[in-house]
Design a protein around this ligand. Structure first.
Ligand SMILES: [Zn+2]
Length: 271
């Protein structure tokens, strides 16, 4: 089978490698149909975290595919079903995993495609508990955005920030993958969405996704626009992921008791 492999810093290539054998009793074998691209892939390609992994590794942290075979102890999943793949190889037995909070796993082996061999290959055997069946009507490309992009946003907006309908949220970088997911998910529960983008083209796209107010941060300071839009009250929830370029402003626009959630800092962490 073919696999996309990170060989070194800024060095990737397609290789021929052995296909996996039959899945273990608690595993499914998935024929990968689509792999999504995230910032973590860029970081991995650039060479971040090289000290924590042994190269080469197969790329791909977010993917979906079709079940090709099920191990004999697998229930609730069947051959031919489209599934999304969870992006980290967690233990399944620690307190975090047992609670369904795999992100707090105490014995995680790593993130697929970043620390350990990932999903950019034709076939993979993976523990059945790390796959989720796609609802009817969701194709393999849509399912491939679920685990990292939409999963991360769902966790930030609803588990952590406790965003509610009627509240005002600021979504930074509405043209990005998680930004566009956040706009849609916040609108779906009836929040008012203010978003920032860096071009007129992205302004149009953000409106199409449902944003109520779009600020081109290259032309206007978002802090000032928000002060006017909210009549100095401020924002209930800020959805960060930009970092040093926006952090101070994000804190500034929060109302008293407002919440800020973040999942990274694409512009770095130091001013
Ligand atoms: Zn665990």
């Amino acid at each position: 089978m073919r696999a996309l492999v990170i060989k070194g810093a800024r060095d990737v290539g397609v290789i021929e490698t052995d296909a996996p054998g039959a899945p273990a009793d608690d595993e499914v074998q998935v024929r990968i149909g689509a792999v999504a691209l995230n910032h973590i892939d860029v970081w991995g390609w650039r060479g971040m975290a090289f000290a924590k992994r042994v190269l080469p590794i197969v790329a791909g942290a977010e993917a979906a595919g079709e079940i090709a075979a099920c191990g004999k102890d697998v229930t609730g999943l069947s051959k031919g079903q489209i599934v999304s793949l969870y992006g980290a190889k967690t233990c399944g037995t620690c307190a975090g995993c047992v609670e369904g909070r795999d992100n707090f796993c105490e014995d995680v082996q790593g993130i697929y495609g970043f620390h350990i061999d990932g999903f950019a290959r034709e076939l993979i055997n993976i523990p059945a508990r790390l796959v989720v069946g796609a609802p009817r009507g969701v194709d393999v490309i849509a399912a491939a955005c679920a685990p990292v992009t939409f999963g991360c946003v769902e966790h930030m907006l609803f588990d952590n920030a406790k965003l509610k309908g009627g509240e005002i949220i600021l979504v930074h970088a509405g043209g990005s993958g998680i930004g566009s997911a956040a706009i849609q998910m916040a609108k779906s529960i009836g929040a008012t969405v203010i978003t920032t983008v860096g071009s007129d083209e992205k302004m149009e796209a953000a409106v199409k996704l449902g944003a109520d107010h779009v600020i081109n941060y290259k032309e206007d300071r978002f802090e000032g626009v928000i002060r006017k839009l909210t009549k100095k009250k401020g924002i209930d929830v800020v959805f960060e992921h930009v970092g040093v370029d926006t952090w101070a402003g994000s804190m500034f626009v929060l109302k008293r008791g407002g919440r800020l959630v973040t999942c990274g800092s694409t512009t770095g962490i130091m001013a």
